[in-house]
Design a protein around this ligand. Structure first.
Ligand SMILES: Nc1ncnc2c1ncn2[C@@H]1O[C@H](COP(=O)(O)OP(=O)(O)O)[C@@H](O)[C@H]1O
Ligand SMILES: [Mg+2]
Length: 157
C-alpha cells in the first residue's frame, strides 16, 4: 500500500520536509515491532510511504460493523496490542499525538484451531500507523537508549 503525504499549506517547505522525515524515521525505528506498521520503503519526491496492505481495514470500521460485534476477549486483545504499541513508541521517546481507531490497522487471524476460532471468534491483531504528526519528546534521552516509558508515559529503566 502506498500512502501519499501531501504538503501542508500552513507549513513551510522545510517544516513539511521535517514532518515527513520524523514520520519515516519513527516508522523505521519501530518497523520490527509486532504491533507497529512496518515501513517497507519511501520516496521523497513525491513524498510517499510504502507499507503492507491491511485488507481487513482499520479499527474504526471494525467497531462500527453492526454485523460483527467484538466479544470481551477480542476487545481485551485489541486493547493490549494498542498498549504494547504505544509503549514501544514511548520507549524511543516519541509521542504519537494522533492515536485513534482509524490509525489502528487490523489483521484478522485464525486461532490455533478451527474450534477455538469458532468459540472465541477470530483474533484481530492491531498495528498502529500514521506517525504524520508525531514528535520527539524534548526531555527524552530515549533515542540514545537510556530511558524507557511505560504505557502510562512514566519513565523506567
Ligand atoms: N497499510 C494500509 N492498509 C490498509 N488501509 C490503510 C493502510 N494505511 C492506511 N489505511 C487506511 O487509510 C486511512 C488513512 O491513512 P493514514 O495513514 O491514517 O493517513 P492520514 O494521514 O490521511 O490519516 C486509515 O485510516 C486506514 O483506513
Ligand atoms: Mg490517519
Amino acid at each position: 500500500m502506498i500512502k501519499h503525504v501531501p504538503d501542508r499549506q500552513d507549513m513551510t517547505p522545510r517544516e513539511n520536509e521535517q514532518m515527513f522525515e520524523q514520520e519515516i524515521s519513527t516508522m523505521a525505528a519501530l518497523s520490527m515491532y509486532p504491533t507497529i506498521v512496518t515501513l517497507v520503503g519511501y520516496t521523497s519526491m513525491p513524498r510517499c510511504i510504502i507499507m503492507p496492505l491491511f485488507s481487513s481495514g482499520d479499527l474504526f470500521s471494525l467497531i462500527n460493523k453492526p454485523t460483527e460485534p467484538l466479544n470481551a476477549l477480542q476487545q481485551a486483545e485489541i486493547a493490549l496490542d494498542i498498549a504494547a504499541g504505544m509503549a514501544a513508541v514511548h520507549s524511543i521517546g516519541v509521542v504519537h499525538r494522533d492515536l485513534k481507531t482509524p490509525n489502528c490497522l487490523i489483521e484478522r487471524q485464525n486461532r490455533a484451531s478451527t474450534e477455538a476460532t469458532k468459540q472465541f471468534g477470530p483474533r484481530y491483531k492491531v498495528f498502529i500507523t500514521d506517525f504524520g504528526v508525531c514528535r520527539v519528546r524534548e526531555s527524552s534521552v530515549a533515542i540514545s537508549g537510556q530511558t524507557f516509558l511505560n504505557v502510562f508515559g512514566l519513565s523506567y529503566r
